[in-house]
Design a protein around this ligand. Structure first.
Ligand SMILES: N[C@@H](CCC(=O)N[C@@H](CS)C(=O)NCC(=O)O)C(=O)O
Length: 356
């Protein structure tokens, strides 16, 4: 027997020492948190080594001082620093690992539209996630318990029930803050149906919004839909109206084996993308504009007509930044790409908001 015969599959072939495993990122989050599942799916697709850890009662003290107090939290391996907010994290990961299975389309106009759809998912579709979870009795009961199992893994019996009740009542108290009220429910629920209707004819294990590889927009939608596909009421709707989308969500959770291409700059945009952009133009961008205008006037609350109905909620500071950020990105586009974005958004109501 010679040396070659005794090598194991982990040997490097250069000597006796196997290759060292790269030090992983540490992702701390929760199964009930759409943004946690979004970032986990991104790390998997991009083949970035990480360990997944629930944020629980046991590790809560470690993150107590972190501001803003959000999950998911990503710990960088080289210096142990903690990072929150998945959109800037996803962009930082692009800078940190250039050329490695990027999730931003190469074409700048498509990249802009990708950011816009991700924003729709993160900031608007999330209202559907929160609304369905805390508006109906079956969902309140189920979500209270399954989320308590993540956060309080050591509690059983009555202590577990109590944790679920406390968590549910805290979330229910927050509903008006994010606009999840009975008056706004029709607009929020209709938005969910429209997202499902947009995706259903298009998505598949190898079919994404901007090509045969997934983009940030797909992952943003994925995060919200993954949790919507867990709570009973929105799951039943998805199964009845969009079962292929349900399959797509299951598949995108781990797309580490997917290899694909972006659509070309000159290719027509898929109808799914167009339908989601119409929702941005008719609903999400007017909502952002009304929120920003109310904030600029120092108001605490605003009302805007969406889908022909009044929609009212408290001013949300973070979403003022979202609009400013979209406008900044648009301002950075060259004339040709900007022209294509304009051609796509004009007529949806969205161009006027973004260019204003
Ligand atoms: N824009 C943030 C939103 C993150 C977020 O809202 N996370 C929620 C859970 S889904 C949160 O941490 N809420 C406070 C808490 O759970 O204590 C992101 O993309 O990461």
């Amino acid at each position: 027997m010679n040396d070659t015969d005794t090598r194991t599959s982990t040997d490097t072939g250069t000597g006796a020492h196997p290759a060292a495993a790269p030090v992983p990122y540490r992702l701390v989050g929760s199964n009930g948190s759409p943004y946690s599942l979004k970032l986990r799916a991104i790390l998997r697709y991009r083949r970035l080594p990480f360990v997944w850890e629930l944020r629980t009662e046991r590790n809560r003290a470690e993150f107590a001082g972190l501001r803003p107090p959000l999950i998911p939290i990503l710990r960088y391996p080289e210096d142990g620093s903690f990072h929150v907010d998945t959109t800037p994290i996803a962009e930082d990961l692009e800078r940190r690992h250039p050329g490695q299975r990027s999730i931003l389309p190469d074409d700048p106009a498509h990249a802009f539209l990708c950011h816009l759809i991700e924003d729709l998912a993160d900031e608007w579709l999330t209202k559907a996630m929160f609304h369905y979870r805390w508006a109906y009795d079956a969902d309140i009961r189920y979500a209270g318990l399954w989320i308590a199992d993540d956060f309080f893994p050591d509690r059983t019996g009555e202590a577990r029930e109590a944790a679920a009740r406390d968590f549910a009542s805290r979330q229910i108290e927050r509903m008006p803050l994010v606009g999840s009220t009975p008056e706004n429910a029709p607009v929020i629920e209709e938005s969910y149906h429209r997202v499902l209707a947009a995706l259903e004819p298009h998505v598949g294990a190898y079919r994404f919004l901007f090509g045969t590889r997934p983009a940030l927009a797909d992952f943003g939608l994925f995060g919200q839909l993954r949790t919507l596909a867990t709570d009973p009421t929105p799951l039943a709707i998805m199964r009845a109206e969009a079962q292929r989308t349900e399959s797509w969500v299951r598949q995108l959770d781990d797309a580490s084996g997917v290899e694909g291409e972006w659509i070309a700059a000159r290719d027509p945009l898929p109808e799914a993308v167009r339908a989601l952009l119409r929702l941005c133009g008719e609903v999400y961008l007017p909502f952002l504009a009304a929120n920003a205008e109310a904030a600029a006037k120092g108001k605490d609350e605003f009302e805007v007509k969406l889908m022909g109905q009044p929609f009212r909620q408290a001013v949300f500071r973070y979403q003022v930044k979202c609009l400013a950020e979209l406008r900044r990105r648009l301002g950075e586009l060259g004339d040709e790409a900007r022209g294509r974005v304009r051609g796509t958004l004009e007529g949806t109501g969205g161009w006027e908001v973004l260019a204003g």
